[in-house]
Ligand binder design. Structure first.
Ligand code: ADP
Ligand code: GLC
Length: 480
């Protein structure tokens, strides 16, 4: 099949979260299966500076209609692996910035224009380069206008640009919600500014467009597909999601075993496997050293790698500060984002420098080292569309402590409830329930044979992308 993906992030070129990992792994797996895959990405500064993009060919010049203006741009293309082309939609005014979405304090004011331009750039490239896509597959709100813009361009130009469209919701909490005045920039027919279209309480909602107008809609775990149809998790789009109940399927993300695999991980000081965990001890010592904690420590290390956003339940960890101040335990946190959470975590680390370490930056190598060097990985998310770190943890022999939501509930089982098969510890997303799980972790850690059994079962799990990629292939075929 000729499969076109469009997303705002793609590992290793630009990553702020799991979206980048998921899109890279999925498109890579599809390319390996022999499909012709194109991935469209905004031409961000970081991407253009990456060595792979150095030789990118300037393929097309674009003139994109935005309201009553025309904005120019260009399209660059490179091929990082067989059967895979990366298309960059470039316009420096929009994408030559230090970060993709905002300046740290708040979102860029022209985000609506930036991603309308991106989606229109994808559609225009499909037309001018005559890509003849079987499937056009957009990810999250930044690509959610694609199905509508594509059908509109087909109508205007009397061509077929794609046979079917697919939209994947990685996180319904980020919707692309903009003032009504931005609708004019889409050049879509006025009747689409309507309750059955993009209008949402007198604003424009991109994600709503993706959910309503794609031929098929997917979420990144089965449980999240059901959750988004409820008021508790739908973030106001539960009613919209319900109208597509028949067409929404949950396909669980996987682990890219070329990147997240302790037996080959080049970002670690030592590699290890289920059969020989001695390398994990080397990683542990290196982790303690790198974050400035005493290396002779033998108690449990609790690790966290997360965007600091309300979603991740960092405040529940902070509410258990007394636990982490207790004797013979360590907390090592890699994360940044919400300033208030960062400040509170830093205060905890400053107050208890022997027990708690915070690394407040984006650091790919450190994220691998924490997965490898910790004994437990703490992820008490309030909601979690899929979550990747709890899967990475199991593969790295680090027992995950997760809340029972979304993809966390689909990928972890509780070792106290299921002594013969559990691979983690589970809690409700409350401070009290997390506190109880942390206490259970101490008990588990003290029982070496039981801890080892839980660890071994996690490491034996197969989260490879083969299953997920096959799921998407079936979905495409069935839609076509
Ligand atoms: P989300 O996409 O909601 O952030 P996921 O669990 O799906 O959550 O994916 C998070 C990804 O981002 C993982 O690959 C994780 O290692 C990575 N990550 C999060 N914070 C950091 C950080 N500060 N430095 C490096 N990687 C990070
Ligand atoms: C989003 C979700 C996360 C998911 C990731 C990749 O960022 O928050 O749960 O794992 O997308 O699909």
């Amino acid at each position: 099949m000729k499969i076109v993906h469009a997303a705002s992030e793609l590992y290793p070129y630009l990553k702020t979260g799991g979206l980048a990992d998921a899109v890279a792994a999925l498109t890579g797996a599809l390319a390996d299966h022999g499909h012709e895959v194109s991935v469209f990405l905004p031409g961000y500064r970081a991407v253009l500076e990456h060595k792979d993009a150095a030789g990118a060919e300037r393929k097309l010049r674009l003139k994109i209609e935005m309201g009553d203006q025309f904005l120019s741009g260009d399209v660059r293309v490179f091929s990082p692996r067989k059967n895979l082309q990366v298309y960059l939609i470039c316009r420096d005014e929009f994408f030559d910035r230090r970060a993709p979405y905002g300046n740290g304090e708040r979102d860029f004011e022209d985000n609506s224009d930036r991603f309308v331009f991106f989606c229109k750039g994808v559609v225009e490239t499909l037309r001018l380069a005559d890509l003849q896509a079987d499937v056009v597959h957009g990810h999250d709100w930044q690509a959610a206008l694609l199905p509508l813009l594509l059908r509109e361009a087909e109508r205007r130009h009397r061509v077929t640009l794609a046979l079917k469209t697919v939209f994947t919701i990685h996180n319904i909490a980020y919707q692309g919600l903009f003032p009504a005045t931005t609708f004019a920039r889409t050049n879509l027919p006025d009747e689409l500014y309507h309750i059955d279209g993009l209008e949402y309480y007198s604003q424009v909602n991109y994600m709503k467009g993706g959910i309503l107008f794609a031929d098929r809609v997917t979420t990144v775990s089965p449980r999240y597909a059901r959750e988004i149809q409820t008021p508790e998790f739908g973030c106001g789009l539960d009613g919209v999601a319900q109208t597509r109940a028949e067409d929404i399927v949950g396909l669980l993300n996987g682990v890219d075993t070329a990147v997240w695999n302790p037996t080959v991980d080049a970002l670690l000081p030592a590699r290890y496997s289920r059969a020989d965990l001695s390398g994990k001890a080397v990683c542990r010592a290196e982790l303690l050293k790198q974050v400035g904690l005493a290396a002779n420590f033998t108690g449990p290390i609790f690790g966290i790698v997360a965007r600091f956003a309300d979603q991740k339940g960092i405040h529940l960890v902070l509410a258990n500060r007394d636990f982490f101040l207790g004797k013979n335990r360590r907390l090592i946190v890699l994360g940044s984002g919400d300033k208030r959470l960062e400040d509170e975590m830093r205060a905890l680390a400053t107050e208890a420098p022997t027990n708690v370490a915070l690394v407040a930056r984006l650091d790919e190598a450190m994220s691998h080292l924490i997965e490898a060097g910790s004994d437990f990985f703490v992820m008490p998310s309030l909601f979690e569309p899929c979550g990747l770190n709890q899967m990475y943890s199991q593969v790295y022999g680090t027992v995950p402590i997760v809340s029972r939501v979304g993809g966390l509930a689909d990928t972890v089982t509780d070792a106290d409830e299921l002594p013969g098969s559990g691979t983690g510890l589970m809690c409700e997303p409350t401070a009290g329930s997390l506190g109880d799980a942390l206490e259970r972790a101490l008990v588990l850690f003290a029982d070496k044979p039981r801890y080892a059994a839980v660890q071994q079962r996690g490491m034996a799990r197969d989260f490879s992308w083969e299953v997920a990629a096959a799921g998407y292939e079936n979905l495409y075929r069935e839609a076509l």
